[in-house]
Structures are given as C-alpha cells and as structure tokens.
Write a new protein. Sequence first.
Lengths: 165, 297
Amino acid sequence: MPTEPDADLVLTLRVNGDRKRLLIPANRTLLNLLRQDLGLTGSKHGCDVGDCGACTVLMNGAPRLSCVTLAADAEGAELLTVEGVSVGGALHPLQAAFHEQVAAQCGYCTPGFIMALKALFDERPDPSDEELNEVLGANICRCTGYTKILAAARQARERMNGRSA
Amino acid sequence: MLPLPTFSVLSPRSVADAVGMLTDHPEARLIAGGTDLLPSMKYGLFSPPALIRLGGVAALQDITTTEEGGLRIGSGATLRAVGRDPRVQRLYPALAAATRTVATSTIQAMGTLGGNLMLDTRCAWYNQSSFWRGALGGCLKCHSGPEGAICHVAPKGKGCYAAHSADTAPGLLLYGAEVELVSSRGARQVAVSALYGEDGRDWIRRAPDELLTAVILPPPPPGAVVHRKLRARASIDYPLLLTAAAFDPEGGPRVVVSAVGPRPILLSGLAEAFRDGGVEAVAEAGYKQVSPLSTHV
Ligand SMILES: Cc1cc2nc3c(=O)[nH]c(=O)nc-3n(C[C@H](O)[C@H](O)[C@H](O)COP(=O)(O)OP(=O)(O)OC[C@H]3O[C@@H](n4cnc5c(N)ncnc54)[C@H](O)[C@@H]3O)c2cc1C
Ligand code: FES
Ligand code: FES
C-alpha cells in the first residue's frame, strides 16, 4: 500500500519555551509559520531565498534560515526567535550592546544578526574576532557598513566574559 | 514574498522508508537541508507534487570509519558536522576546507553533504524569478516553451553550460570518493569522477528513484590535497572558480577545476607539464583545458 503524502499536517513544537500544536499546509515555510500563524514578526522577511540572514532563528540550538526551512522540518523541535532572547524582561547582553553601540539604522537586519551571534555565543562563549566576522558575513546589512555591528558583538563578548567594555 | 508552490510532504524515518516512498512517488523530490531546493522552487524552476523530507532519517547523518581506513559519510551529515569532524580534518583536510567555503556559517549548519553533491547546475539566466525569466522567454534549462529553446550564454550552441558549483566536489573527486545510490533495485556505487554529465540540463547520473545514502572515501592519497575557491565576496557567494590540487612526489600534480562548466574537470597531462616546466607549465596546461562562459550568478 503506497504511503499517501500529507497535504496538511499537524505540527508540534516549542517556540521560545511555549508548546505549540498547529494544523498547517505542507508548503508552509518556517518563517511564515512564525510570522503568520504565530504572530511572531521579529524574524524578518528579507530576500526570501537564503541570501540575507534576516530570517535567522535557532532550531535545536543551531542557526537556521527560516525562509528556506519547511515548517514540517520543525516537528518536535525547540525554536528560539528574537522574541525569546531577553531574559525575564532584561535585554540579552547582545541586544544591550546593539542598543548601546547604535548598531542599527533601519534595523531590519538586526534580529538576524542577534540570532546568528547568539548561536555562536551559545557554543563558543569567548569567540575570536575571526569567528565574530564569520557570523557577520552570514548576514547582510545594507545600512551600517558593519563597523557598529562588529563593535556591538565585541562589546557583548567582553561583557559576557566579565571584562570591561 | 516568493510563495512556494503547493506540494505535499512525506516524512520517512528510515532509509528503507525513504527508498519505498521514492519508488511509489517517482515524481517527488528529496529535500535535505533545503538550501538549494527551496530557493529554486520559490523561483518557480520546478514544482514537484511531493517532497520527501530526509531530516527525520537519523541513520543518514552518521560518519563512520571504514575497514580500509577511510570514512563513510552519511549524505545527511551537515556541512558543519563534516567540517568539524576530527577524522575529516586529519585525513581529508581539503574536504574540511571545502565545507567551510560553502555560502555562510548558517547555511553550512543547514546544508548537507549529499545535497551539496546533488546541487543543481547554476546560470545567471536560470537562477532567477519566474517574472525575470518570463520577460526573456526562458532558456534551454528552464524549458519555457518554444521561445525557451535558446541558450543566452551561447545562443548558437545546442548545449546548456550552467555551471557545476558544489564546493565539495573537486576535493572529493581527487580523494577518489564514491557515492552510494540506493533504490528498490538495489545499491550501487559511483565514483564522483563519473557522477556528472556534460550538459547543464542533464548534469547528474542518478536515476530519479535513487537515494544518495553515503559518500565513501578510500584512505587518503600520499601527499597534500588542497582546496581553493574564487568568489566575488569572501562570504555568501557561489564560486567563480573552484580548484582542488593534489601533489604526490611520485605521480606529480593532479588538479580538478570546477564552476567553469556543467561538471568538474580533472585536468590531463599535468605530470609531463610539471616535469618540463614546473608550476607555470601546469597552470598553462590547465588554462588550455577549460573554457569558462559567462554563466555565473
Ligand atoms: C545564499 C546561498 C549561497 C550558496 N553558496 C553555495 C556555495 O558557495 N557553494 C555550494 O556548493 N553551494 C552553495 N549553496 C547551495 C547549498 O546551500 C549547498 O550546496 C548545500 O550543501 C545543499 O545541501 P542541502 O542539504 O541544503 O540540499 P537540498 O536543497 O535539500 O537539496 C539539493 C538537491 O539535492 C537533492 N538531494 C538532497 N539530498 C539527496 C539525497 N540524499 N539523495 C539524492 N538527492 C538528494 C535534492 O532533491 C535537491 O535536488 C548556496 C545556497 C545559498 C542559499
Ligand atoms: S529572508 Fe531568509 S535569508 Fe533572506
Ligand atoms: S540596519 Fe538597515 S539593513 Fe542593517
């Protein structure tokens, strides 16, 4: 008996710690699931084809471009979006550093940078400048010229490692 | 926003399930990391009725040592997992290096080695939105009716020159890697050197019902193997030129060049060139064997 493909599917996952269960069409992207079905518009719709990083989220701790991820691939996953990064109402050190360094102009790219950098810091608490730059190279910013973003990433690194910056 | 076409999804948990589903639904496409497939589907390049998701097949992600002293890398291992594996770094440094030049660190955490070897050939006239392509009437590779029957890169030619752009292919070819392809008819192994065809439309010698399960590497050759990539920006971009080079003090240089046509090219006659004129002569001999066209995106 051939298996029949599912045109709609029931998806169970955790988003920013909350358990969600939804019925979605099979062709839903993870980005549209977040923005349309869950109303979490922090993850941005930039290029929509994997070029820019504005839609970056963490899936089971690893960075993912949600615009080129099937929502179906998030079955059972633990997702973290920019809405879930602050701790108990206080900004995450990365967010605080972006704010203090004014590392955003239009700000459209900011959630993607925060999430890609968070993925790095979660794995490597004290990354080198080279590692920071590699992550900055994964995301496109058309406004800042990256200087302030690098300054913010460095500031977050210093503060998170108990050094003054 | 670029909407995805409508399709249904199949979610196998084992290799046997995945092969069964592919047999039952030969028109379905496999999806691993999705970083090549989904952008192309958003551009309307093809719209399969079903996608078979390989992400749930844990067995495809294994990396194991073979009895011969090589490695068997599951097709579903991410580029990041391959590049970070200490055995890959020690035995196959050019492969580890190639995984780190693909796109970006985020895409390396998503994209798989299998997806990389199965990467569609690319062209500035093909990897575009339906709207963009429609304005031109398509091309040989995107089959848009009678007006599509022209190659915009070589209008007088009959072939498609879309470029092979998979960063890991040249190094794997030099290491003598083979891929394992499994279907309901059984399993077969094909050398990476024999995997690719000469036309950008028909670039892969894999039957539609075959699942790429693993990349099998023999013990590394004596001497060094290196990977080099030329691209417009130091990040994100697909290659303008890929090379992998091996040097064996006994056998001389071996060089693979890619991203200049539909398949990686193993250059010939380099041992003689090296003997007669050193590295300069090798470069000269190589230059004569490739004729890149302006296909790059
Ligand atoms: C912005 C951007 C830049 C990129 N730059 C590069 C680059 O510089 N170099 C490069 O090499 N790639 C690049 N890529 C392409 C892509 O990210 C990688 O090639 C990646 O390794 C593809 O793997 P995947 O698992 O995401 O493949 P998918 O998109 O899931 O699949 C790719 C193809 O392989 C088939 N396939 C997947 N798994 C199997 C299997 N097990 N058996 C049979 N067929 C299978 C799919 O059906 C599909 O046709 C880039 C992509 C983006 C979005
Ligand atoms: S919106 Fe996903 S990478 Fe640009
Ligand atoms: S601040 Fe505008 S794109 Fe980065």
